[in-house]
Design a protein around this ligand. Structure first.
Ligand SMILES: Nc1ncnc2c1ncn2[C@@H]1O[C@H](COP(=O)(O)OP(=O)(O)OP(=O)(O)O)[C@@H](O)[C@H]1O
Ligand SMILES: [Mg+2]
Length: 425
């Protein structure tokens, strides 16, 4: 400001002239700046959406794999990446225009100024001082033009996602897979050892599960219960021993065929940033709306779904409508229903619910378990009362096996756990 006043005192005519160029410079900056900011804003929104999709994918990786949804999630991610690229381009274009525009305007102004000076026939000394003054005003303006939101140009690469999906390199698709058809006889674990690193998490696991049987898996936190399910779904391969379905080693089956036999309801309820309807339909590609409704009814979810603001079209998931834990779990159960797989793996499906919600969800699970072969993992032993057989894991080993009653009468590990839970309420 003091420079401006100085210039006016020195030569008001010239000063006035220079000042006229100020708004001329500012207008394009404002317009283009606004454009750039808009682009930056939508860019940020898309980035956030993409990041939360990534979080959703990482969090739900088990369910994505178990339901063979890799390609689906991949295309959602790719769409966002494409949007990001076009938004970035728009931002860059606006930004790139600002500097040359100012350059052109200020140079033109400068040339006119020189002509004006010649015309008014000012002294040489005056002229030089004045030009320095003007240069001083314009430098900060040019700097100002460069002050706008910088774009983070590196978008999360689509290829990284491919890498994440195939993150577990030990799992290999067989070159010529055997055909299983539909599971109908027996699942066998034979001398299975497994560790995520050098320490074994499962040791010498050996049991079988006949078609239609319901097997409970009990054990303290960290005893290897979820790992057992991870191996059956082939998220990992055993270090030693083998797992067979109807006599075929699961490593000889195509991963897709294996996983199509199994519906997983996992320890963490995974819902995606989609509508209720789409979340359920993920269980069966090309499911009709009637099938979705039938699955929701079977899962005791229909009644609360129709109460939602947009019914079956209500968006849920990370950034969608907030559902209670029991409601979320019933949608996950509806997804398992619609998949209609012969083998059901329940990993602590009711563990995170209060006892009222648990009763509703448990009833839905009991319906889902009908006429299926079930592996039910539970910390809370009362959940296992209806199982045909229960295995008790201690530090990755099967310490006991039997019926609920039989294990209680044994008065060993299972009995002690039951006692503890009774004491703790
Ligand atoms: N992805 C992994 N990488 C490395 N270690 C793991 C991984 N998942 C589990 N573990 C370890 O393997 C052991 C068994 O874990 P697992 O999840 O099977 O236990 P769990 O019986 O299901 O426990 P919880 O009742 O808490 O669910 C634990 O010591 C755990 O820290
Ligand atoms: Mg677990």
């Amino acid at each position: 400001v003091s420079i401006v006043i100085g210039l006016f005192i020195m030569d008001w005519q010239l000063a006035l002239y220079s000042i006229i160029f100020f708004p001329l410079c500012v207008i394009p900056i404002v317009i283009l700046g606004r454009k750039a900011r808009k682009a930056a804003h939508s860019y940020t929104v898309t980035t956030v959406t993409q990041s939360s999709l990534l979080v959703e994918i990482l969090y739900g990786i088990k369910i994505i794999k178990a339901y063979c949804l890799e390609e689906f999630q991949f295309s959602r991610f790719k769409n966002l990446s494409d949007t990001l690229v076009s938004q970035t381009m728009r931002g860059i274009r606006a930004r790139e225009l600002i500097n040359p525009l100012i350059e052109v305007i200020s140079l033109t102004g400068f040339a006119l100024l020189l002509i004006l000076i010649a015309y008014l026939q000012r002294s040489f000394a005056n002229m030089v001082t004045f030009l320095f003054g003007v240069a001083f005003i314009y430098t900060p303006i040019k700097k100002l033009a460069r002050v706008h939101i910088m774009f983070k140009q590196a978008s999360i690469g689509v290829n990284r996602l491919r890498a994440i999906f195939s993150e577990i390199p030990t799992i290999k698709e067989p070159i010529s897979p055997k055909k299983l058809g539909v599971f109908q006889k027996v699942i066998e674990f034979r001398n299975v050892n497994f560790g995520y690193n050098s320490n074994l998490v499962l040791k010498n696991i050996d049991f079988e599960l006949r078609y239609g049987e319901k097997l409970g898996v009990a054990g303290k936190s960290g005893s290897g219960k979820s790992t057992l399910a991870n191996l059956l779904l082939r998220f990992y391969d055993p270090v030693h021993g083998r797992i067979m379905i109807d006599g075929i080693d699961i490593r000889e089956l195509s991963i897709k065929e294996l996983r199509s036999q199994i519906a997983l309801v996992s320890q963490e309820t995974v819902l995606f940033d989609l509508s209720v309807r789409d979340n359920i339909a993920l269980g069966k590609p090309g499911a009709t709306f009637d099938e979705v409704v039938a699955a929701a009814k079977a899962a005791a979810a229909h009644d609360f779904i129709v109460q939602l603001p947009q019914g079956y079209d209500t968006m849920i998931g990370e950034r969608g409508f907030a559902l209670s834990g029991g409601e979320r779990q019933r949608i996950a159960i509806a997804r398992a229903f619609i998949k209609d797989a012969p083998i059901l793996v329940l990993d602590e499906a009711t563990a995170s619910l209060d006892s009222k919600a648990e009763a509703v969800v448990q009833a839905a699970i009991d319906r889902l378990a009908q006429n299926r072969t079930v592996i039910c993992i539970a910390h809370r032993l009362s959940t296992l009362a209806n199982m045909d057989r229960i295995i008790v894991l201690v530090d990755g080993e099967i310490k006991e096996m039997g019926t609920f009653k039989g294990l209680i009468n044994n008065r060993k590990v299972f009995y002690e756990m039951a006692q503890m839970q009774a004491l703790l309420g």
